[in-house]
Ligand binder design. Structure first.
Ligand SMILES: [Mg+2]
Ligand SMILES: [Zn+2]
Length: 189
């Protein structure tokens, strides 16, 4: 009988890598790690957290991005993270259109629940780092804590988060390295 572990869920665009203005990252050449992101993921790995990437990629449903191109981006992303001393336990993506009514597109918690079932994760002790309201809503719907970073779209949604009483527990930090510092520090208390 294994004991469920806490995980750190990371949104991808705007948290790990730069958002592409008004477009999807459609190939590895368009993928730019944000400053300190690779080192921050390595620190999570050293602290013993499985890192799970959960990303909405409606570009697939819209025909703007192929599933093969997305797989290639993620393979390269994971290789770079591993070369930097980190690891990624899983990458889950939602390929659906916002109108599809799927259970995985954030703010729905489907990807988090699926990862929890696959990897035996304890959602109540897990945290999600995101740059958008929908990330935080998915986190809370799954019973996780939420951290908002001010990279990506974070700065523009920060005020909005403050207006949502249900998001009162959300912690706001500068970027992924700061989020990781906060996660590791709170685990040590
Ligand atoms: Mg994002
Ligand atoms: Zn979906």
């Amino acid at each position: 009988m294994s004991v469920s572990r806490p995980a750190v869920f990371l949104d991808r665009d705007g948290v790990i890598n730069e958002n592409q203005d008004g477009d999807y990252v459609r190939g590895w050449e368009g993928f730019r790690f944000l400053p300190g992101a690779v080192a921050a993921i390595a620190a999570l790995h050293r602290a013993g957290y499985p890192v799970v990437v959960v990303t909405n990629q409606a570009g697939i449903a819209r025909g703007r991005l192929s599933a093969a191109a997305l797989d290639e981006i993620h393979a390269q992303m994971i290789a770079t993270i591993r070369a930097g001393g980190g690891d990624v336990a899983a990458v889950l993506h939602c390929p659906h259109h916002p109108q599809d009514g799927c259970d995985c597109r954030k703010p729905q918690p489907g990807m988090l629940r699926r990862a929890a079932a696959q990897l035996d994760l304890d959602l109540s002790r897990s945290v999600l780092v995101g740059d958008h309201l929908t990330d935080l809503q998915a986190a809370l719907a799954a019973g996780c804590r939420g951290i908002l970073v001010l990279t990506g779209r974070g700065r523009s949604v920060c005020d909005e988060v403050a207006l949502h009483p249900d998001l009162a527990t959300v912690v706001v930090v500068k970027d992924l390295p700061a989020a990781v510092d906060a996660i590791v520090a709170s685990a040590g208390r």
